[in-house]
Design a protein around this ligand. Sequence first.
Ligand SMILES: Cc1ncc(COP(=O)(O)O)c(C=O)c1O
Length: 388
Amino acid sequence: MHLLDSPIRSDELLVETFDIKHRFYASSAEPMEHKELIAIARENGDDDLIDLYNDHSLGYAENGGSPDLRAELAKLYGENISAKNIVVFPGAQTGMTVTTQAILHKGDHAIVVTPSYQSLEEGIKYAGANFTRIALCPDNDWQPDIAAIEAAIKPNTKYIVFNDPHNPSGSLMSEESKQALKALGEQHDIILFADEVYRLLELNPSDRSPSMADMTDKGIALGTMAKPFGCGGMCIGWVVCQDKIIIEKLLKAQHLFAVCFSRAGEIQAMMALRSKDKLVERNMKVIKENLVLLDDFFNEYSDLFEWMLPQAGGTGFVKFKGPMTADELAAELLQNEILVFPSYVFDCDDDLKQYFRIGFSRRTMPASLDAFKEFVDERRAQWGFPAN
Ligand SMILES: Cc1ncc(COP(=O)(O)O)c(C=O)c1O
């Protein structure tokens, strides 16, 4: 399969809507400013990093990520993970695609838990592997159907891919589901690729369970500076794994795809990581305030929408009960300068065609919600719903 054979679904929308007024779909945390980061680093006593930022070499940074950054990233994980278990990539997106290429071979089989981020599935196609989709279901609180996953395992199944915390639904995989996946991976010798880019954004931090990379040597976890920290511009993502052979494969593959990345981004990432609690607190404040507004709105408009309060991350998946699909609704919203992501963006089955994703981690969300509300109020009679 050629890299560009599949339409890039979210990109089609984003390219069309470069200047759109209301980015109601947006998933990553409120962007940080560099000067804000420097002020936080100074307050935290990280003058060594500020000096390093102002006086660092512009030569190639180390393949796989500089040891100082990898050591800082390892602190996000438990005792099974140290700097040598981490490979840094230019963003999580590159990390997931390169990892899949490095591990899967033509003719292998993979299982993809959907709805999912498109690139999780595309990487499997470029590797020439086959795959089976297993859908999460709102009636099961978006928990994976372990029996269905087990039934889909074939002798050549090498890889199970899932996203937890989950984009778009904002659900968290239960400890029980994670243990069941771990058992499947260990029993059938299958790698468990856990896209954990929304980790650290749990509404209730006590709901945070260990990373899949900590739980088993069959686990690979993906992280990013973008989602929890609002630092996507640093272009730093990483892959974590206990298995030394996989780490060697990733380092080799990285030579082919991305020799190195920006040392400036690495140093900025270390500043953010050393002050991670402060950054997460800043971002959770925005998320919590926005969720109060959304909860009120969806309670008031429960005749038109079904909404499950997310447990983590910056996105929620809303069911539209009106007389058109979420695709059609999104197209009409677009005419009104409001962008949401309808379910087709996430490799969804047809029974989720009434769903669309919204994002709530930006300070601009209340204005997007106001515009959305105005749109809905104008249309409700036309959709056959009485005035509110
Ligand atoms: C589930 C998921 N995984 C990975 C990514 C890519 O992360 P990054 O922007 O750090 O490459 C995204 C971005 O939206 C995402 O939602």
